[in-house]
Structures are given as structure tokens and as C-alpha cells.
Design a protein around this ligand. Structure first.
Ligand SMILES: Cc1cc2nc3c(=O)[nH]c(=O)nc-3n(C[C@H](O)[C@H](O)[C@H](O)COP(=O)(O)OP(=O)(O)OC[C@H]3O[C@@H](n4cnc5c(N)ncnc54)[C@H](O)[C@@H]3O)c2cc1C
Length: 412
């Protein structure tokens, strides 16, 4: 199965980062983090803050897998609307999840400042809209539920706000805060560099091939035969981590999501405040600007039903992929007819894991009590990673955060 197409967006649009050597000896550490994407980097950051000795191991290069193919929208609202999430997981847990994500956007901005990262982080409002007149009441109710927990949002309807957008909608929730855009590869590299200066040890081109897990001390073996002995093991291997759960009934669905980056446009006509935009279709379309005046539009997901099939293994120029990119281009031109000359700069795609409730899996799995998992599945992957990093590091420090309950394995 292929994680991404041939050339994920951010891998192409970033100058090569510094490289770190592979592991060439046996070592010991407090914490070993497996996986060098955004999740591994954030997890290392939170543990380093606690003054623990940390090792991060990456089988490839830093931030070269899903992190490089992300459209990198940071958004407090999760795939499942607040009211629906309340009916799935309970009122308190759903509200907590929305607030966690809201705070995580703020926390992300603080980390960007702290590490002085040049990762094009920028706050943006976000707009979730529907074109279905039957869903207007649903939007209005969800908006009220969000306002009730302190989210600064308002209901836009076609009567009140149609003139702010060039595409038609019946209603939508416009959130003034709680969303941002970022360059995920630059952020991840900067975060790792920052922590290397504080003592984090990073080994690239080092694959963990064997895990001898124990709740007191675990031993991990690399492809070159060296060992890492650690008090705690944190698995941040993204979609590769699904291997661990092959023996159980899948608790997730797999799809491939497509995206294009346009060439810079002159003006964002018909696009209020260059906000982040998402519709309520299944699969949904998501749109964001970049700081260099380009547009990223993603969606047109295809289900991955067969791991040996075409969708699971396609490259960038597969006819089916080309069809999805063209559909995205048509869609953006249709939504913004007043923006002149919308042309594709590059396209990319990546594997996407969804969970039944749209929430991630964070914490220990009953079959593997010797390891923590930080698996930010769902479209809020990056914020979930931050939430996971925070909760897991608190748990290791003995604070037993009760919020881990929300994201535990086997919850449905
Ligand atoms: C098209 C697309 C659009 C997306 N849009 C968004 C978005 O707008 N917002 C958002 O928040 N999220 C989005 N996501 C999801 C987001 O990309 C991921 O949630 C996030 O990047 C996950 O980061 P990660 O570090 O967990 O995974 P990865 O970046 O995949 O990192 C995991 C790392 O683990 C390494 N690894 C695996 N096995 C081993 C091993 N045995 N030993 C050592 N290393 C190992 C891999 O090489 C890899 O580098 C999108 C994803 C796609 C595909």
C-alpha cells in the first residue's frame, strides 16, 4: 500500500532539511519515540519539556510521509459536528473534544513562536457550509451548541451573508477563531531541530523491526541489529501503525484523498477573509489559501477497499488520480468565477484513515500494555497529535489525565 503519491506537496516545496545519522550502537533512554512525522516531533517536544531523555527514530527521512501530503489545516471543528458527536460519545466528552482542539490551535501557535519557526503559520476564520436547504436547522442548532461552550462563531445564511462568497450556500457556521494554516514539513523539521539543541537524539534511516515490550523496560531492535532500551515506548508511526491491529476487526476505514495547489492568484474575490472552507458533503471538500496567494483544495476521496487494489497503490499520474485532480480544479473554478486564471501548480494525494466517531486513538492498547500509541487518525490529525503528545506525556509523568478516556482503544 502506498502512503502518498510520488511527490507530496510539502516535500517538494521545502528545501531539504538537515539529515541525522542512522543508529549505529546500542543505547538507553527514558523515552523512545518511533516515527518522525508531526506526531513524533510534537511528542518529543512535550517529553523534552519534562526534562526526560528522549530518542526519536525514523525509518525514512523526517516528515516525509503523511506529514508531507497534508493540506495542513488546523481546525477546532472535527469531522463529526458537535451535536452528532454528543449523540455518539456523550455531551461532556464531545464538548471537551471541541474545546481541546480549540486550545490546541492556540497551543500550536505558541510552539511556533517558542521555536521561532518560519512555517507560515497564520490564524484564519473557518466556514463550514451546506447547500442543502434541509440542513439549515441542523447548522443553526450546531452553531448554538458551539456558542454555548464559548466558541466564537455565528450562523451565516444565504439571506444574511451570501454576498460575502461567490459560491451558493444555504447556511453555514462561520468561526472567527480556532483555525489556522501551516507548512507542516517546515514546522516538523524546525521542532525537531529545536529539540536536538536541547538534547533530543534523532536517528533517520533507522527502522524498528522488533519490539520487546514491557511496562518497566522495553527493548527495540533496529534493522541494522542495534537495540534501544527505554522506560517508555511511544508509537507515532501513523498509518504504518495499523499493522499492530491486523488481528482485530478494523476500527477504521481507509480512503485516498486528493489535493491540488494552484499557482498564485491575484486576488481572492468572493472569498470572505480568505477563510478555511469546508462543505458538508461525504466525502467533503476542503479549501485553504497559502501565504503566497495560492489555493489548496482537497477532497474527492476514493475508498480503499482492497489493499492490493489500484486505489491503495496508485502513483500521481494514475488515470483515476488525474480524474480526481481535474474534478477539484473544476470545483474551485466553479466556486470562485471571479478569481482569474486559476491554474494547477502541482497535485498530490495520500492515504487517509477515518474512525467511526472522527476521533483519534491515543493511549495504551490492551494487547500492548508496554507501549503508548499516538495515532491522530481523522482530518484533524495534526491537532490530535498535539493533544496526544500532551496527554501521553502527562500520563507518563503520573498525572493520569482523565481525558485519555475519550480517545481510548476499544471505545466502540
Ligand atoms: C491528502 C491529505 C490531507 C490531509 N489534510 C490534513 C489537514 O488539513 N489537517 C490535518 O490536521 N491533517 C491532515 N491530514 C492528516 C495528516 O497528514 C496526518 O494526520 C499527520 O501528518 C500525521 O502525522 P504522523 O506523524 O502521525 O504520520 P507520518 O507523517 O506518516 O509519520 C509517521 C512516520 O513513522 C515512520 N515509521 C513508520 N514505521 C516505522 C518504523 N517501524 N520505524 C521507524 N519509523 C517508522 C514513517 O516513515 C513516517 O515518517 C491529511 C492527510 C492527507 C493524506
Amino acid at each position: 500500500m502506498r502512503m502518498t503519491g510520488d511527490s507530496p506537496l510539502w516535500a517538494k516545496h521545502n528545501v531539504e532539511g538537515t539529515t541525522n545519522p542512522p543508529l549505529t550502537q546500542d543505547i538507553k533512554t527514558d523515552i523512545v519515540i518511533v516515527g518522525g512525522g508531526t506526531t513524533g516531533a510534537l511528542t518529543a517536544h512535550y517529553f523534552m519539556k519534562q526534562g526526560m531523555s528522549c530518542v526519536l527514530v525514523e525509518k525514512d527521512k523526517i516528515a516525509n510521509q503523511s506529514t508531507a501530503a497534508s493540506t495542513a489545516i488546523l481546525q477546532y471543528e472535527v469531522d463529526t459536528g458537535l451535536n452528532r458527536l454528543m449523540s455518539l460519545v456523550g455531551e461532556q466528552q464531545a464538548q471537551q473534544t471541541f474545546l481541546f482542539n480549540y486550545q490546541a490551535v492556540m497551543e500550536m501557535s505558541q510552539i511556533v513562536k517558542e521555536i521561532n519557526s518560519n512555517c507560515d503559520f497564520a490564524f484564519r476564520p473557518c466556514f463550514l457550509y451546506t447547500q442543502d436547504p434541509r440542513k439549515v436547522d441542523y447548522m443553526a442548532d450546531d452553531c448554538k451548541s458551539r456558542q454555548a461552550i464559548g466558541i466564537n462563531c455565528e450562523l451565516f445564511t444565504s439571506e444574511t451573508h451570501q454576498d460575502e462568497f461567490s459560491f451558493n450556500f444555504e447556511a453555514g457556521i462561520y468561526s472567527h477563531y480556532g483555525a489556522a494554516i501551516i507548512n507542516p514539513v517546515q514546522f516538523t523539521r524546525d521542532l525537531i531541530e529545536y529539540n536536538i539543541k536541547k538534547g533530543l537524539q534523532v536517528f533517520e534511516n533507522t527502522t524498528i523491526t522488533d519490539y520487546n515490550l514491557s511496562s518497566t523496560q522495553s527493548v527495540l531492535t533496529t534493522d541494522a541489529g542495534f537495540t534501544i532500551t527505554a522506560n517508555q515506548v511511544i508509537i507515532c508511526t501513523g498509518y504504518d501503525a495499523l499493522e499492530w491491529f491486523k488481528h482485530e476487526k478494523p476500527f477504521y476505514t481507509l480512503s485516498r484523498s486528493f489535493a491540488i495547489l494552484t499557482k498564485p492568484v491575484e486576488k481572492f474575490h468572493g472569498w470572505k477573509e480568505e477563510c478555511i472552507i469546508r462543505d458538508d458533503q461525504e466525502p467533503y471538500t476542503y479549501i485553504r489559501p497559502t501565504l503566497s496567494n495560492s489555493i489548496i483544495i482537497g477532497g474527492e476521496d476514493l475508498a480503499v477497499d482492497n489493499l492490493d487494489g489500484e486505489v491503495a497503490n496508485m502513483g500521481d499520474r494514475h488515470p483515476l488520480a488525474l480524474q480526481q485532480y481535474h474534478q477539484l480544479l473544476r470545483r474551485i473554478r466553479h466556486m470562485f468565477p471571479e478569481i482569474e486564471n486559476i491554474k494547477t501548480d502541482c497535485w498530490f494525494h495520500g492515504l487517509f484513515v477515518d474512525t467511526n466517531d472522527g476521533l483519534p486513538f491515543i493511549g495504551k492498547h490492551p494487547d500492548y500494555p508496554g507501549a503508548y500509541f499516538n495515532l491522530g487518525y481523522g482530518s484533524n490529525g495534526m491537532l490530535y497529535s498535539l493533544i496526544g503528545a500532551k496527554l501521553i506525556s502527562q500520563d507518563v509523568a503520573g498525572k493520569n489525565p482523565k481525558e485519555l478516556e475519550i480517545f481510548k482503544f476499544n471505545r466502540y
